[in-house]
Design a protein around this ligand. Structure first.
Ligand code: NAP
Length: 255
């Protein structure tokens, strides 16, 4: 029996990368997925390959668009059981050069967007008698991370918000758990490699050497998606407010 049979799930930022992999994994486990992305054409391309899936364009920074996303999901799919506020961006800028706008850009997607998606999903989850929220934090939530101050601060806040959701809503059957991936092979990482290399004085390709030295390899989107299935499903019924690190050992090893 598929572990997400009869569940309806919304995934934001699901037109690519980790979000797309989560949408595919949820669908394979029987869920009806609402594939949302700022780029609706990309979301549609993913949804077209998944049985019963719908695509909805939404910029998670915009409260009206997030509200409309949830309303459309419930109107078309009849209920809501699982929410993955996955959409995220990054900037790679030293603190000495980071403008307030650069700080706010990342915060508005990676923190405000997560708040808005959770906040507007809650009435539908409560109406369904409970549900599961799976946030995508990061190992950068657990320690200082040079060059990505806004990203790491937002991810630490997402982890804390996840715990607060579980504290406030556990008596209503709503669980919230956070995934903390290390470096996963997606556009988000590859598009910032050159910036990291320039800022850290590394040769071209040097970033790969640093990351594979810490993690042995880049993580795969399917590896994050498998953990999302666990948190979304009743297999993790006793997990609430948990954080799961998925980093190939990056955080666990001093040497
Ligand atoms: P990705 O490949 O860049 O995919 C992110 C998707 O989100 C893209 O389709 C992007 O669209 C969309 N998006 C961006 N801004 C949005 C907005 N305002 N509203 C709605 N959608 C938006 O990134 P990823 O690596 O899969 O990251 C997914 C999540 O995992 C993020 O929260 C990220 O911080 C987190 N994470 C990633 C890693 C990693 O190593 N990759 C590690 C830890 C955590 P556009 O491309 O058009 O902008």
């Amino acid at each position: 029996m598929p572990v997400l049979a009869d569940k309806v799930a919304i995934i934001t930022g699901a037109g690519a990368g980790i979000g797309e992999a989560i949408a595919r994994a949820f669908s394979a486990e029987g869920a009806r997925v609402v594939v949302s992305d700022i780029d609706v054409a990309r979301a549609q391309k993913v949804a077209d390959t998944l049985p019963g899936a719908i695509a909805v364009g939404a910029d998670v920074r915009d409260e009206d668009q997030v509200r409309a996303l949830i309303e459309r999901a419930v109107a078309e799919c009849g209920r809501l059981d699982v929410v993955v506020p996955n959409a995220g961006i990054a900037t790679t800028v030293p603190l000495t050069e980071m403008s307030f706008d650069q700080w706010r850009d990342v915060m508005s997607v990676n923190l405000d967007g997560v708040f808005l998606t959770i906040r507007h999903s809650l009435p539908a989850l409560l109406a369904a008698g409970g549900g599961s929220i799976v946030t995508i934090s990061s190992i950068t939530a657990t320690a200082g991370s040079a060059l990505i101050a806004s990203y790491a601060a937002a991810k630490a806040a997402v982890r804390n918000l996840t715990e607060t959701v579980s504290a406030e809503l556990r008596t209503h059957g709503i669980r919230a758990n956070a995934l903390l991936p290390g470096f996963i092979d997606t556009e988000l990482v590859t598009s910032h490699q050159a910036d990291f290399e320039a800022a850290l004085g590394l040769e071209p390709g040097g970033f790969d050497t640093v990351i594979t030295g810490k993690q042995t390899r880049y993580g795969r989107v399917e590896e994050v998606a498998a953990a999302a299935v666990f948190f979304a499903s009743d297999q993790s019924a006793w997990c609430n407010g948990s954080s799961l690190i998925l980093d190939g050992g990056f955080r666990g090893a001093l040497l």
